[in-house]
Design a protein around this ligand. Structure first.
Ligand SMILES: C[S@@+](CC[C@H](N)C(=O)[O-])C[C@H]1O[C@@H](n2cnc3c(N)ncnc32)[C@H](O)[C@@H]1O
Length: 198
């Protein structure tokens, strides 16, 4: 469905916010985010997974929603309006919106905050270089024991994506990164945990 058609239907209550994640992936993300205090989601779109993360995190937690949301032909981003409205319906913890790329957001985060984060969900630019840039920018910001979950990182029974850039980078680089250990996989989602000592 075209973006503006979907936006109008969503405003009228005839269409829902959209996601490419499966229910099992969202359940896994919520389980891994439970009780976490500093969370980052790179790639928010309509905010479906952001809502799950916000519900699951600690009431004292802060969730950074990172997405550049380029402005469309009508001078605004329909996805950004949908995401804000959906995520702000959830009352748990707080959300900070960073309308930036993952790399820009990491630079801003490191200039403002000293604390490491305990959960990151990477679901932004799925090209090889896109994921490489996000991994290089954010993987060192995760505390020991913290989680990085990666969407579109492997093939599932219903989606064969072995040749996608994000799947190749996950397989060839992230799975070999000695600072992290694989924790679980669900459909195309891979969950990595930073080791207690590198
Ligand atoms: C697959 S969608 C995210 C879906 C969302 N996580 C969900 O499942 O509900 C990908 C999003 O990543 C954003 N994006 C693209 N390049 C990005 C980048 N370099 N950094 C952060 N976000 C990016 C796009 O604007 C788009 O909204």
């Amino acid at each position: 469905m075209r973006v503006m058609t979907h936006f109008l239907l969503w405003q009228l209550g005839f269409a829902r916010a959209e996601t490419q994640t499966t229910e099992a992936e969202r359940d896994c993300l919520a389980r891994q985010a439970a009780g976490k205090k500093r969370l980052v989601e790179i790639g928010v779109w309509h905010g479906v997974t952001t809502c799950r993360l916000r519900r699951a995190m600690s009431p004292e937690g802060v969730l950074f929603g990172v997405d550049p949301y380029p402005v469309g032909r009508l001078g605004f981003s329909a996805q950004w309006r949908i995401a804000r409205s959906e995520v702000e319906k959830i009352s748990n913890g707080s959300v900070e919106w960073l309308r930036l790329t993952g790399v820009e957001a990491a630079q801003l985060y490191l200039s403002r905050y000293q604390e490491p984060v305990d959960f990151i969900f990477i679901d932004g630019d799925h090209t090889y270089d896109g994921l490489r840039h996000d991994w290089q920018a954010w993987s060192g910001v995760v505390e020991p024991g913290g989680i990085i979950a990666l969407h579109d990182s492997r093939s599932s029974a219903t989606r064969r994506i072995d040749d996608a850039g994000s799947a190749v980078y996950t397989r060839e680089v992230i799975m070999q990164d000695e600072r992290f250990e694989p924790l679980e996989t669900v459909d195309t989602l891979t969950v990595m945990r930073r080791k207690k000592s590198d």
